[in-house]
Write a protein that binds this ligand. Sequence first.
Ligand code: 5GP
Length: 132
Amino acid sequence: MTIFRRIILGEIPSYKIYEDAETYAFLDISPASPGHTLVICKSEVANLYELSDADLIATARTTQRVGRVLRDVLQPDGINVVQNNGAAAGQTVFHYHVHLIPRWENDGVFAFWQPQSLAKELMQELQTKLAN
Ligand code: 5GP
């Protein structure tokens, strides 16, 4: 059982922001910025690949709802929506969750990726492999 399952069950305390039948939203214990919120589905699902259509929709709905609350109450300049799958992508808790990270101008919270330029052949090869 993951720590998020234990939070849903109330075995571990959390700063709950929102809850409905399918989802639960709470403040991240080690926030990237004030208001950093996690939206999780109540089903025990590790990642995006395993998520049912119903849980995907429910989690997206709660993400938008909580995002609007963060926007209205904290009035950040922006919000990042981040969702990690696999340890290589930074996932540390293997229960599907979405990060909502309020951002303010020049907050230095995190930098985006370094954009690359790939050869046309590789782009075409990727398209051939991926588009079906
Ligand atoms: P991941 O790296 O898997 O995408 O994100 C996991 C997040 O869960 C991290 O940002 C981490 O701070 C947060 N987290 C881990 N354990 C707890 C906990 O017990 N309570 C809360 N509220 N957040 C947690």
